[in-house]
Write a protein that binds this ligand. Structure first.
Ligand SMILES: NC(=O)c1ccc[n+]([C@@H]2O[C@H](COP(=O)([O-])OP(=O)(O)OC[C@H]3O[C@@H](n4cnc5c(N)ncnc54)[C@H](OP(=O)(O)O)[C@@H]3O)[C@@H](O)[C@H]2O)c1
Length: 229
């Protein structure tokens, strides 16, 4: 049974991806900061270990690595947990630098720290994979998105270099596109986002990415599987 570690699994894309993997027979290690939400989101799934905590906390990351050790290996790491930053999002000239540090800690440093802890078991797997969840804000210059977007751009480049350094692994930056989630509502405070697709609509593209062993690279859900949107 393949094993996946997915961060931010209590709602949104992380929850949808975790359910999709579990339904396909994957064993899961899942995190989110709020333990009750995480337990509720994973209820009913067959083979899930929940490890509540904050990905920016080195102690929590060590607990995740220990859970991987107890599981006996790792086939897939999904760095999905993310921090938007201030809401509404400020222009770069006004961006509070302490919050920018927290955005980078969550969206760049924590994913790399987990990769560093877990490269050995991933490399030992028959088909180890890393999915770093990106955003169109990494490649488009939307006013107000300079903090979050530049962090996702750093995550994209980190993914590309990792792919060159670790040819035995598949390393993906996955851009899901707009989804009707808490983070999206936070990005558009007070706006009606009911026209955005549910995160479940992205799942077929995510499943294709992790089941077909496509070449390492950056993938947009909409291009990966147009029928998914
Ligand atoms: N929604 C969109 O339109 C959109 C578009 C492009 C890209 N994305 C990307 O898609 C991914 C999923 O976003 P989403 O919209 O599904 O977000 P979401 O609905 O807000 O869910 C975020 C998840 O991450 C967890 N989380 C947040 N910070 C965490 C931390 N520091 N440590 C551990 N867990 C943490 C949250 O639980 P707790 O709060 O309990 O920790 C929750 O489970 C993110 O990488 C995001 O950047 C989203």
């Amino acid at each position: 049974m393949p094993i996946a570690l997915i961060t931010g699994a209590s709602r949104g894309l992380g929850r949808a991806a975790a359910h999709a993997l579990a339904q396909r027979g994957w064993s899961l290690i899942a995190d989110a900061r709020r333990a009750d939400d995480l337990a509720g989101a994973m209820r009913g799934l067959a083979d899930v270990v929940t490890v509540p905590g904050d990905v920016t906390d080195p102690g929590h990351r060590a607990a995740l690595a220990a859970a991987v050790g107890r599981a006996g290996g790792l086939d897939l790491l999904v760095n999905n947990a993310s921090r938007l930053g201030p809401s509404p999002q400020p222009l770069l000239r006004d961006y509070p630098l302490d919050e920018l540090g927290r955005v980078y800690d969550t969206n760049v440093i924590a994913p790399l720290a987990l990769i560093q802890l877990l490269t050995a078991p991933l490399a030992a797997a028959a088909a180890g994979m890393i999915v770093n969840v990106s955003s169109d804000a990494a490649v488009e210059a939307y006013p107000g998105w300079g903090g979050y977007g530049s962090a996702k751009a750093a995550l994209d480049q980190l993914t590309a270099v990792l792919a060159a350094e670790e040819p035995s692994l598949r390393c993906y930056a996955f851009d899901p596109g707009d989804m009707r989630t808490d983070m999206h509502q936070q990005a558009f405070p007070g706006e009606d986002i009911s026209d955005r697709p549910e995160p479940e609509s992205v799942v077929p593209a995510f499943v294709r990415l992790v089941t077909e062993r496509l070449p390492s690279g950056r993938y947009r859900a909409a291009h990966l599987l147009p029928a998914a949107r």
